[in-house]
Design a binder for this molecule. Structure first.
Ligand code: FMN
Ligand code: SF4
Length: 461
């Protein structure tokens, strides 16, 4: 692997990661209802550390129960969680893999609020109902904003006390930070709304509060949606932030004390461009029912998913923004399989053009997410200054040892991820894993792999 940029360490201001492959956040309902962690999550993260990634960015970790996406995600909302996170950190360190915790708050983008939040409206920058699922919310008061800033600082302190290697602020993809940043969502008239500078204030205040709490030598990166495409599906909404807006935000975040930026896209999650790929109506029909009481538009969506004669309408709305995307900036080595070659061209590196523009305007390392799974492609992206490292989610769910595959000199795994998104659509109700049956010899084999995360159990002799 001599002279292969993929296997050269990435040096941040206070953190060194052994290679350029980061496991991107992947949320799954592994944990206890109250947010305490389980052995299954430890087993899950161990799969990727063992598979050779340089660092794992954890799933969405709420800093408050009010800021969860749904129950059964491990939280960091109290000091009681510190021993659990310490355990995960120690496990990944056994493989020389760094552990970066994704500090998060759902804001109004809350799929299933959970019984502790019953009767409480979600907090947001706005009181406007989220248009796709119809999640209702209320604009945070100044006091609630200050309390939430402190919750992020407390979360960072806990991550540090747990011996983790850093934190990532989940300031992309429609969650609370996006709800402040986005001109398509934030309609406040106080110092946290209006101009871009005002809309960025919440993120910058959090960065400053974290620096005050944990000092300057703890790694802090942030994820950002380079472009909002806020009206991608709900075309009657405002478009939201542009790439130029996000470049400014990245520069301010760097000045405030951020060590790296992680480039994503879209002011909603999931979004037609994130994760880009397929949409399976059979699966969403089986899982979306869990969200029926969560929003004012969920019944409308459920009918759209369930009635096949309505599918063309949904597909038209979901796919229209993909058609506006420029082609991939370059392609990797040729692939024999025509279908795979097309899938790679459609899905790999779709945020790279935005990432390159951001990289030109900041001095901190830039990580890019979105479809990466081919060594030659990743190598060129880094060598040609589109980014400093890549983050991977689905291709690593499909092949936990993808990094080792690259180390062995292979350009692509034998059974690549098809970007079908069946993992994502299952996650509301079912264990996280690869549900693309074509990648397995049988349904039983697929289930065996999905369920492997529950072994060893906590009670193993
Ligand atoms: C099942 C699933 C869960 C995800 N959960 C999160 C999350 O908790 N936080 C986050 O920032 N991104 C999350 N993502 C987005 C990924 O981190 C990643 O940025 C995106 O899927 C694009 O990368 P990929 O093409 O390698 O999958 C999730 C993606 C999937 C498929
Ligand atoms: S289900 Fe499997 S093949 Fe499909 S996107 Fe997820 S990991 Fe990739």
């Amino acid at each position: 692997m001599a002279n292969d940029i993929i296997f050269e360490p990435l040096q941040f201001r206070t953190l060194t990661v052994k290679n350029r492959i980061f496991r991107s956040s992947i949320s799954g309902r592994w944990d206890n209802y109250d947010g305490s962690g389980t052995q299954a999550r430890i087993n899950w993260e161990e799969k990727f550390a063992r598979g050779g990634v340089g660092a794992i960015i954890t799933s969405f970790v709420p800093v408050a129960i009010r800021g969860r996406i749904m129950p059964n995600y491990a939280t960091i909302h109290s000091d009681e969680s510190i021993p659990f996170w310490r355990k995960i950190g120690e496990k990944s360190h056994q493989y020389d893999c760094k552990l970066i915790l994704q500090l998060s708050h759902s804001g109004r983008q809350q799929d299933i609020a959970g019984v502790e939040n019953q009767g409480l409206k979600a907090l947001s920058s706005t009181s406007d109902t989220e248009p796709f699922h119809g999640f209702e919310c209320q604009a945070m008061t100044s006091l609630e904003i200050q309390e939430t800033i402190q919750k992020f600082a407390d979360g960072a302190r806990r991550a540090r006390e747990a011996g983790l290697d850093g934190i990532e602020l989940h300031s992309g993809n429609g969650y609370l930070f996006t709800q402040f940043l986005s001109s398509g969502i934030n309609n406040r008239t106080d110092e946290y709304g209006g101009s871009l500078e005002n809309r960025a204030r919440f993120l910058l205040d959090v960065i400053k509060a974290i620096r005050k709490e944990v000092g300057n030598d703890f790694h802090l990166q942030f994820k950002i949606s380079a472009v909002d495409y806020n009206n991608a599906v709900t075309f009657w909404e405002k478009p939201g932030n542009t790439l130029e807006d996000s470049i400014k935000v990245c520069q301010w975040a760097e000045e405030a004390g951020a060590d790296a930026v992680h480039v994503s896209t879209g002011s909603l999650f999931p979004h037609p461009l994130n994760p880009i790929g397929g949409f399976d109506f059979d699966i969403i029909t089986k899982t979306y029912d869990a969200m029926l009481s969560s929003g004012t538009e969920t019944t409308r969506n459920y009918i759209l998913f369930r009635k096949s004669f309505l599918h063309p309408i949904f597909k038209l709305l979901w796919n229209r923004v993909k058609k506006q995307l420029p082609p991939q900036p370059f392609s990797g080595d040729a692939v024999q399989n025509v279908k795979m070659s097309q899938l790679l061209a459609e899905n790999q590196g779709r945020n790279l053009l935005d990432s390159r523009e951001i990289k030109k305007h900041v001095n901190i390392p830039v990580l890019c997410t979105g479809g990466f799974q081919q060594a030659s492609y990743i190598r060129q992206a880094i060598n040609d200054d589109y980014c400093d490292g890549v983050t991977i989610a689905r291709p690593l769910i499909a092949n936990n040892d993808l990094t080792k595959t690259f180390q062995e000199g292979k350009d692509l795994p034998d059974k690549p991820c098809t970007y079908c998104n069946k993992c994502l659509l299952n996650v509301i109700e079912n264990p996280l894993g690869c549900y693309e049956q074509d990648r397995f010899d049988s349904y039983e084999d697929m289930m065996k792999e999905v369920m492997s995360v529950f072994h060893p159990t906590q009670f193993a002799p």
